[in-house]
Design a protein around this ligand. Structure first.
Ligand SMILES: [Zn+2]
Length: 306
């Protein structure tokens, strides 16, 4: 099985649950799709104009979660955890039917999506994937926040740092190689917020579905969730999951090295927009060769195309 061929899921996956921000219950069906379909959402509660294709340029809101919008004003929100799971697992083609405007938050992480995909299995096609290779360094700054992406040889590295005044969260940094690192902890890391922000979010009509079952809540130097943290770097690891999901709005695998300090959905989206502004910033590789053993690809083949 080649990691360089397009993949889909082997069977239909059914998931339902409450949306973090809207508090609305949504039922989802994840369905296998043909090569070159990409990731497509379909709002089954609407009769027409109900396809939403997630992309860099149709992000309508990236303040607290990522929302994508089609030309008819139909939106799907909080797509980033599912998108992160799909990106990490190499799912290129999938149809996601959903009967509401926001994806279920489930446990606040991508763990359930990953488990369900593993249960049905992954089907590899004969069609090669496309890869975006970053050719030039692009940097964005917004006050204390910064993000950059630069060329790398064969991997997508994400180096992410958060800095919180809250002493329990504090400064956390993690560096992963998306195609090589074991992503179990990344997938399992949950959304988090400060206790004092919960009331603010509710006032803004957000986090209506938020509970301790789908978010880590930190009050002073205590975690309010009885079970505590799932891994030592859960906070920054969740930001990395978000980042992977937001990068997948590019539609392809990326070869590059991303470095981010205190960024989030908006900054990642702005970075991608800046990359695609000028076609000298990137190139698109299509890998023709098929069925190379996975271990060889990482060592030899990707190097030869990079
Ligand atoms: Zn998130």
């Amino acid at each position: 099985m080649s990691v360089l061929n397009q993949k889909t899921i082997k069977d239909v996956i059914t998931i339902h649950g409450v949306g973090l921000h809207t508090g609305k219950i949504a039922h989802m069906k994840l369905k296998p799709a043909e090569p070159n379909t990409g990731v497509i959402f379909k709002r089954t509660d609407l009769k027409e104009n109900n396809f939403v294709i997630p992309g860099v340029y149709n992000v309508s809101s990236a303040a607290f979660s990522t929302t994508v919008l089609n030309d008819y004003g139909v939106s799907i929100s909080t797509i980033e955890h599912l998108m992160g799971a799909l990106y990490g697992m190499g799912i290129d083609n999938i149809l996601i039917e959903i009967d509401n405007e926001e994806l279920p938050i489930l446990d606040g992480s991508a763990k359930n999506f990953v488990n369900e995909i593993n249960k049905v299995g992954i089907k590899t096609s004969e069609i090669p994937i496309k890869i975006i290779k970053i050719e030039k360094k692009i940097t964005l700054e917004d006050g204390v926040k910064s993000i950059s992406i630069e060329p790398s040889k064969i991997s997508l590295d994400i180096d992410f740092e958060i800095k919180y005044e809250n002493s329990l969260i504090g400064t956390q940094r993690n560096i992963i190689k998306v195609y090589e690192t074991d992503l179990t902890d990344i997938y399992a890391s949950r959304t988090f917020c400060l206790y004092e922000d919960v009331a603010k979010l509710k006032k803004m009509n957000l986090a209506k579905g938020g509970t301790l079952n789908n978010a880590v809540v930190v009050k002073d130097n205590k975690i309010l969730n009885k079970e505590g943290l799932r891994n030592e770097k859960e906070f920054v690891n969740h930001k990395i999951l978000d980042c992977m999901g937001d990068l997948y709005l590019s539609g392809y695998k990326i070869i590059g090295k991303l470095t981010c300090s205190q960024g989030g959905h908006r900054l990642t989206n702005q970075l991608l927009r800046k990359v695609f502004e000028d076609n000298k910033n990137f190139s698109i590789l299509e890998v023709k060769e098929k069925k190379i053993p996975y271990t060889l690809i990482k060592k030899r083949y990707l190097k030869s195309i990079a």
